[in-house]
Design a protein around this ligand. Structure first.
Ligand code: ADQ
Length: 762
């Protein structure tokens, strides 16, 4: 993308934006003027209303989103003091990613299946591609160390996709709609990919406490990650350490002061007055304002209203209902049906109860500007918010902010997020039509003093907790919780190639040997066996293997071999007895544990393969094979849960070129752990690392300390986890998180023999 986000090759600093908001829609939409020119106008909607005011408070803000019409995206442009980066969506993307997966799969599922969600694999594919487009634009717009704030259910894969490209930025995600219970969420095909996508963020925000709890429960149950309160430990990708992701509740609000101030505007007051005049000065005006969406409970509300008119409880000459229904998602079938149904009911009620020039329900299927909307709220004696499920519902808060006169009654569904805060509203269960009817009657009859008391309490809530405070809280928490990956890489404890003094190593081995319960583990290639071009011709040091066997028979000693090789491969080259634990595929395959170890500690669910993962692995293997064919000498190995590109035998620049192609491809795979090693790149569809494996084995064997020998970058995930009593030994040169270094494989046998001797003495 051109402009300020472009990166200069000489300058590692990115001159991008301090804050980048990523949302499905840009805060503006285009309108073609009669002369053919394009004009940008602010689009309506909860999120836009909320973020507009926040963007004005930062120095350099950008917004990445879709401009609202399919086809070629406009060039980035400036509007209202921020840079807008339009994302390109083709008509097919709009149909599959937006109308399909977002609005016909996720939306109904996340709103407790009020209508049946539909799932199609092509929709998912498009969701992935579209998310990637948003992620790329955001990754290139953010300045070094900047903050990216991703919004809503359409973009749940974006946090992880940005994280894969930019390790230096803080990433926050806010979900504007409910997060369903784990039982419902489990129905979602690709549910784990969605969770992993979200967990790319440092902070995941939700509207209600129950939403945060549902999310954390899903992560625990479906991914098996460790959760402590609201903090989730996400195992590192490849050599990266565990990351902490916080799930927290941040109830969204509105620009309360701006709304409240509008009510003093003479023009707005006049519009409110005009409204009542146009309606023929009814005694009471009842108002509903919603996007025309089945979650908003419009049919339930109309049913209650129709019955109240039908049984004579309400006289249509005294009391008028205005229903504003903003056109919404009209190309999605459920929405078309809803519109037909709502309009049929309104037509029937009006047919039965209107007199000429005086409708029982004034139905408005269109958008209003802010001033008209405020005038409507000022004119309304009762506002009905009867959502069957709603993340928050800003209409409820807007009504409260529009009533500095402390008059008016808010009827509020307990299923709207706002119900947690707006306790002084008249609460209803909108599914109970009788309850809804009596709540409406009670509200219409509420004495002014009682209205005042309730409205005072509601206003206290809404005026104190506005959208600026919401954004400030979120961004502040993000600042505290964000640990950019770049900074939290394993510490470098040793640099260069100088081996640790032999007497220091010996003293360390002596201390370690005296520890009651120990785990001794080692990498295979490059540690117990010199690296050779032909992987099958590897020749491990027989003395070293014999010593490991011997150690595994000793009391209080657990022994493990940990390798990037597949488990079966490792087994056939080492021929270890059952007392030695074998771990293959960088931790993804764990062999049988000796009976005295606690097998239940190993989280086999997170390591197991599903048909979905098999399918993904097949397609990765195909792509890697294509890359290999283009670079003679490069080979692809298929392991049970991973595919590996081996470049050791490539000719010329083949190794570098093939690795580059593989890493470029890796960026397109949000749900795969990609681990580059010594002339290998491994693509694993199960998420673990050697470090996770060692930690798990240490727990399973109740070890007080571990000692680990490794030579490869993939071993850094073990070294990076070493505690005070653990001993990490790097074999060979290079920066490392290990505390000790020995020169090469020749020294490994002697070191193990010395350890065995010391343990026997003890
Ligand atoms: P929405 O489902 O769009 O938002 P809501 O919170 O009610 O629902 O916001 C609607 C906004 O659009 C309000 O600001 C309202 O005034 C405005 N609006 C509605 N009809 C209009 C019309 N005819 N003309 C002009 N403006 C109109 C999603 C979630 C909500 C959550 C918000 C914000 O579904 O639960 O509260 O995001 O997080």
């Amino acid at each position: 993308m051109p402009g300020p986000a472009a990166r200069s090759a000489q300058d590692p600093e990115r001159h991008g934006h301090e804050l980048v908001v990523v949302a499905n829609r840009l805060p503006v939409g285009s309108r073609t003027l009669p002369d053919g020119a394009t004009e940008w106008v602010t689009s309506p909607g909860g999120l836009v209303t909320a973020m507009e005011s926040v963007m004005r408070t930062v120095d350099s803000g950008a917004w990445v989103g879709w401009a609202g019409s399919p086809g070629e995206a406009p060039e980035p442009f400036e509007a209202d003091g921020m840079s807008l980066y339009p994302v390109h969506l083709e008509q097919e993307d709009v149909e599959r990613y937006y109308e399909g997966f977002s609005n016909a799969s996720l939306w109904p599922l996340y709103h407790d299946v009020i209508v049946d969600p539909e799932f199609h694999r092509t929709w998912w594919d498009s969701y992935v591609t579209a998310n990637r487009r948003f992620a790329r634009a955001a990754a290139s717009a953010a300045g070094t160390g900047g903050t990216v704030w991703v919004h809503d259910y359409q973009l749940q894969l974006v946090p992880r996709m940005i994280r894969d490209e930019r390790t230096d930025v803080r990433i926050g995600f806010f979900n504007h709609i409910p997060f369903p219970s784990v039982e419902l969420f489990s129905q979602l095909p690709k549910r784990n990919q969605i969770l992993r996508g979200l967990l790319g963020a440092d902070l995941v925000g939700f509207q209600r406490e129950t939403d945060s709890q549902n999310f954390v429960a899903a992560v625990r149950k479906l991914l098996g990650y460790h959760v402590d309160g609201q903090t989730i430990s996400v195992p590192g990708l490849g050599t990266a350490p565990v990351r902490e992701v916080v799930a927290q509740t941040f109830p969204i609000s509105i620009d309360s002061a701006a709304v409240s101030t509008l009510t003093e505007d003479p023009d707005v007051r006049e519009r409110a007055e005009q409204l009542r005049r146009d309606l023929g000065y009814p005694q009471k005006v009842v108002l509903g304002v919603d996007r025309l969406d089945y979650t908003k409970g419009i049919r339930h509300r109309l049913k209650a209203w129709g019955e109240l008119l039908g049984d004579g409880s309400i006289d249509p000459h005294d009391t008028v209902m205005i229903q504003v229904a903003t056109p919404s998602r009209e190309r999605v079938e459920a929405y078309r049906q809803l519109r037909d149904e709502v309009e049929l009911i309104v037509g029937r009620i009006n047919g039965d109860h209107s007199s000429i020039g005086r409708p029982a329900i004034s139905y408005q299927h269109r958008s209003f500007d802010r001033r008209d909307m405020t005038a409507l709220f000022m004119a309304a004696d009762v506002v009905l918010v009867t959502a069957l499920r709603d993340g928050m519902n800003l209409v409820a808060k807007e009504y409260v902010a529009s009533r500095p006169d402390l008059q008016g009654v808010l009827v509020l569904s307990e299923f709207a997020g706002a119900a947690d805060e707006l306790r002084a509203a008249v609460m209803v269960n909108p599914h109970d039509i009788d309850e809804l009817k009596s709540a409406i009657l009670r509200s219409l009859a509420m004495p002014p003093e009682e209205q005042e008391e309730a409205m005072r309490s509601l206003r206290h809530q809404v005026m104190e907790n506005d959208v600026q405070a919401w954004a400030h809280d979120f961004l502040q928490r993000l600042e505290q919780s964000g640990h950019p990956l770049g900074e939290s890489k394993p510490p470098v404890r040793l640099t260069g190639d100088e081996a640790t003094a032999p007497e220091t190593v010996d003293a360390t081995l002596r201390d370690f040997a005296q520890t009651p319960r120990i785990l001794i583990a080692s990498d295979f290639d490059g540690v117990l066996a010199p690296i050779v071009a032909d992987r099958d011709a590897v020749e491990p040091d027989p003395q070293a293997l014999a010593t490991l066997r011997e150690l595994s028979q000793m009391h209080g000693v657990a022994v493990a071999l940990v390798s990037g090789r597949a488990l079966g491969d490792l087994d056939s080259h080492t021929q270890m007895p059952s007392s030695v634990v074998l771990v293959g595929s960088h931790g993804a395959e764990v062999g049988a544990l000796p009976p005295w170890m606690q097998a239940e500690v190993v989280d086999s669910a997170s390591l197991s393969m599903s048909p979905e993962k098999e399918e993904l692995l097949d397609s990765i293997t195909d792509t890697l094979r294509r890359i290999a064919r283009a670079h003679p000498g490069v080979e692809v190995e298929r392991k049970p849960s991973a595919a590996v590109l081996h470049t050791r035998n490539a000719r010329g620049r083949g190794s570098i070129n093939a690795t580059e192609s593989a890493l470029e491809y890796a960026v397109t795979l949000p749900d795969v752990t990609v681990t580059p090693g010594k002339e290998v790149v491994e693509f694993s569809v199960v998420h673990t690392s050697k470090g996770v494996a060692i930690e798990t084995l240490a727990r399973a064997s109740a070890a007080d300390a571990w000692l680990y020998l490794g030579d490869d970058v993939t071993d850094e995930s073990v070294f990076g986890r070493s505690g005070e009593h653990d001993v990490g030994i790097k074999v060979g040169e290079g920066d490392t998180a290990a505390g000790y270094r020995i020169a090469d494989t020749d020294e490994v046998g002697a070191l193990l023999s010395r350890l065995s001797e010391l343990r026997r003495e003890d």
